[in-house]
Write a protein that binds this ligand. Structure first.
Ligand code: ATP
Ligand code: MG
Length: 282
């Protein structure tokens, strides 16, 4: 669906993106992760043909990005990081207007209902909260049933239950065969949603793999456990993952059903973010 080879781009005289390479397969959710200012939105803008002044090859749906015609926009859906909505129109009017720009479009009401906005569909967008605008902007990208979706931080600023609604819709889009490029700062969402993720730092891809491989390649070397001792008091223990059978204490307390909790110590995508980018998440 997307094949980027030797991509270079710069906003100023200084090179920003240099020799970037990656591809996105049909039907996958591909994550863009990385610190603020790394270039995630810039790459999305190049892929969606909004920035044509790049070097290298950027094939999207089999056509070079800068050569795409208007019909390209029938096939892609874009949820920009900043909502692009008409504030003086209601949510319903916004969706009807944007639907009129496409040859094919779904009725807006079921989508409004899915993200909890149907009861407020006739409110002016200027009276919407940040999270409401974000959800409206998200469903705007889905209405014309595009093959390829670009979602730039679709869950940012959403409370957990609304983020869940949006994530479920993203997974549904994937189940319907759509390909999704997703930018997020939320490592839990990336682990849950993405088939593969690319860590971008200073315009460069520093790591690219499935979340599972990234996590398991750093390995869980130890497990930690809590158990009840003979007096019924909680105690902690640790053991090497590869040698749990040789840990006599662990074997005994398992046999005596005295384990309270047990955890393996593999890193999370948060830890990998810090390792790859050299920056801590807030
Ligand atoms: N139109 C522009 N003109 C000049 N510089 C720009 C422009 N847009 C972005 N930049 C710069 O390019 C760099 C990358 O910006 P970009 O928006 O791609 O980052 P990002 O990874 O999406 O960050 P965030 O996580 O904050 O959204 C930043 O240093 C930014 O200041
Ligand atoms: Mg961005």
């Amino acid at each position: 669906m997307i094949k980027v080879e030797h991509l270079s781009f710069s906003y100023t005289k200084h090179p920003f993106i240099e020799n970037m390479n990656f591809s996105v397969r049909e039907g996958e959710i591909f994550g863009f992760l990385g610190p603020s200012g790394a270039g995630k939105s810039t790459v999305q803008k190049i892929l969606t043909a909004l920035i044509p002044a790049y070097q290298g090859s950027v094939q999207v749906l089999g056509v070079e990005a800068k050569q795409h015609k208007k019909s390209f926009y029938e096939q892609i859906g874009v949820d920009f990081e900043f909502p692009s909505l008409y504030e003086k129109l209601t949510a319903r009017e916004n969706l009807h207007f944007f639907a009129s720009l496409y040859q094919h479009s779904l009725p807006p009401e079921p989508l409004l209902e899915r993200v909890g906005l149907l009861l407020e569909a006739d409110k002016q967008v200027s009276a919407y909260s940040k999270g409401m605008k974000s959800r409206l902007n998200f469903i705007k990208a889905l209405m014309h049933e595009p093959r390829l979706l670009f979602l730039d931080e679709p869950t940012s600023g959403l409370d957990p239950s609304n983020a869940r609604l949006v994530k479920d819709l993203i997974l549904e889009q994937k189940a319907q065969g759509r390909t999704i490029l997703l930018t997020t700062h939320n490592m839990h969402d990336a682990t849950e949603l993405c088939d593969r993720v690319a860590f971008i730092v200073d315009g460069e891809i520093r790591a690219l793999d499935t979340p599972h491989h990234l996590i398991m390649s750093r390995g869980a070397s130890r497990i930690s456990y809590t158990y009840l001792d003979e007096k019924g008091e909680e105690k902690q223990g640790t053991s090497q993952l590869q040698k749990t059978g040789e840990d006599a204490n662990l074997v005994r307390i398992i046999a005596e059903n005295r384990i309270v909790s047990i955890h393996s110590s593999e890193p999370t995508l948060n830890d990998i973010f810090s390792e790859v980018t050299g920056r801590r998440l807030q």
